[in-house]
Design a protein around this ligand. Structure first.
Ligand code: MLT
Length: 263
């Protein structure tokens, strides 16, 4: 099932009567990055994904985005799909959205799954990198930015062992509207720090990170997981920053085990 809610391209798989899971993808990808999870989990769960504004098939508008607007968008999809206490699952930028959404209103959710993300806001170095990225897109075009960026997201061995798979993903990122990609960079560089809120999180939380994640490494995520009361933490073998795509068997098994424990 596909539909548009509030300008956002939304898809759903599975039986709507089952426990729902809403997935928020990373940057600069789209809802398809969750296909390995939704194909498997939709056998027993109602899996909803959407394209974050500016990316994939969602509306682009003027590119003046904030993380807060990304959270309003998430809430609009939950309301538009009439989801009752979904499990929230976000990767990286999707994790930033999820962390802020839980900080704002955790009662909306049943549980939380955080993949390859962090609670800290961008530091000065990170902000300057985003500024350079925006400049690079303006002066050299989107492909010049996404090629090194997307390569850095994957474990080197994934790229070596599955070159066609990697190339397919890379090529799909080149199709985004550059205005939307720049809007995502602005939203991430101006996001708030959610670290202090972690100790207030009451939701059962699963924290997963690729062993070779160069952007949000295991030590960063382990510290974050320790601050969340009811958290389970796992390092995903044979994976970089895109763990659900790089080692879906391991990630799906951990998610299924986590979901089975929820009442
Ligand atoms: C992502 O995967 O969503 C991005 O790498 C996040 C970021 O650039 O901070």
């Amino acid at each position: 099932m596909q539909k548009t809610i509030n300008g956002l391209y939304v898809t759903a798989k599975g039986n709507p009567d089952n426990q729902s899971i809403i997935f928020v993808h990373g940057f600069p990808y789209d809802h398809n990055m969750w296909n390995f999870q939704t194909d498997e989990l939709s056998k027993n769960y109602y899996c909803v994904t959407y394209d974050v504004r500016g990316l994939g098939k969602s509306y682009v508008g003027d590119g003046q985005y904030t993380m807060e607007a990304f959270v309003w968008d998430l809430f609009s999809v939950i309301d538009g799909m009439k989801l009752n206490k979904p499990v929230l699952c976000g990767l990286s930028m999707g994790g930033y959205v999820s962390l802020r959404a839980v900080e704002k209103d955790q009662n909306r959710f049943k549980a939380l799954i955080l993949c390859d993300t962090r609670s800290q806001a961008d530091d000065n170095e990170g902000k300057l990198k985003r500024a350079m990225a925006i400049n690079q897109i303006n002066t050299e075009g989107l492909a010049a930015f996404v090629e090194p960026f997307v390569s850095n997201c994957f474990w080197k061995q994934t790229i070596k062992k599955k070159p066609d798979f990697f190339k397919g993903i890379l090529e799909s990122t080149k199709k985004h509207n550059p205005v939307g990609v720049k809007g995502g960079l602005i939203a991430m560089l101006s996001r708030t720090d959610t670290t202090k809120a972690l100790k207030k999180f009451k939701l059962p939380t699963l924290v997963l990170v690729g062993k070779y994640d160069a952007l949000t490494p295991p030590e960063v995520m382990e510290k974050m997981a320790k601050k969340i009361k009811k958290s389970d933490f796992y390092i995903v073998p044979k994976a970089g920053h895109m763990a659900p795509l790089e080692n879906p068997e391991y990630v799906n098994a951990k998610i299924l085990k986590f979901l089975a424990k929820l009442d």
